[in-house]
Each structure stands twice: as structure tokens, then as C-alpha cells.
Write a protein that binds this ligand. Sequence first.
Ligand code: ADP
Length: 193
Amino acid sequence: MLNIVLFGPPGSGKGTQATKLVEKYNLVHLSTGDIFRANIKGETDLGKLAKSYLDKGQLVPDEVTIDILQSEATKHTTAEGFIFDGFPRTITQAEALDKYLASRNTSVTMMLSLEVPEEELRKRLLLRGKDSGRADDQNPEVIQNRIDIYHRDTAPAKEFYTAQKKYRAINGVGEIETIFQALCSEINSVQHS
Ligand code: ADP
């Protein structure tokens, strides 16, 4: 299996690139943010819980996030591979993902990390807030909170994959197509090695 962790701060372009990668490599796209938003829209119990965190720009607790991710992944028994988008966002989640994939006799192939400077992130998120209506993209304080939490809780996951020699940084500024090509060449390099 080809299992890609697509990583990067809020607004770094994970969703955009994941959509393209899924198509090219025939992978299942699992975005925890999308799962939470679908549940909020459907007014499920999970949605009600998740909303209280998303509205403030906080992370949904690990136990809840890990459970939902695993139950979604488990629905795909014949997948050729996964793109994990927005997961793992903590070391605890990274450890849980390793365990889960090991139970399926597979593992994370690599973490591809989209690197984008903070000023650019703030600009992109505010623009997305206007275009998409996403509430968490409309408030500068919530945006700053997400960026701060990224640095504090999420960025350490890079170390976790660096230790496994699976971490690759990609410049996330530029044309969507150029960034996509850079991601593909990393993926192709392991596929052919
Ligand atoms: P972005 O990366 O632009 O912030 P996402 O759609 O990935 O957007 O995430 C939106 C929100 O969903 C996050 O701010 C957080 O509240 C919640 N969320 C998503 N993934 C996780 C996760 N792995 N762990 C905890 N909370 C998460």
C-alpha cells in the first residue's frame, strides 16, 4: 500500500493537493477536517462535540479523532492506499496511526509536509473564509489560535517521522501544478526504489 501523510499548517494547501494525488495514485482520501464538517452539517452527536472545538480553532480531543479516523479507514478494506489529510496532528495521533496500519500489515510510506510562511497562511485563510464561508477561516483570532496550536502540538509530529526517515519538506508556495509535481516526484522516488 501507498500511505501518504499530507502535512502542513492550516491553509497550506493540503486539501487541494490531496484531491489531485488521490486521482493520480488511486488512493482513498481521509480528511479529519472534512469528516468533522460533514458531521457538523448532519448535526450528529460527533458533529455537536466537534463544533465546540472547531469554532474556537482548537483540536478535537485525540481519543475522538483517532476513533473516527480508524472507523472511516476500516470501511475501505480493498484500498490501494490512503492519503491522510489533517491527521495525525499530534504525536499521540501519529503513534495511533502507526499501530492501526501495523494491524493491517502496512505502514506510513512518507510524510509530505507543505511549507508555507505564516504571513501567507493568514492571507490565504482569510480569503478562503470569504469564498467558502468556513467560520473558522473568518476570524483572525481563531486563525491565529490554529497557527499557534500547529506550532505547539502539531509540528512535533515532523520529528516523529524524521526519526523514521519518512519526512519530506515541500515548498508550498507557488503554482498548484508546480507543487503537485514536487509531491509526485517524492512519491515516485520511493515507489521506484
Ligand atoms: P485546516 O488545516 O485548514 O485548519 P482542517 O479541515 O484540516 O483545516 O481542520 C479543521 C479543524 O478540524 C481544525 O482546526 C481542528 O479543530 C479539527 N481537526 C481536524 N483534524 C484534526 C485532528 N487530526 N485532530 C484534532 N482536530 C482536528
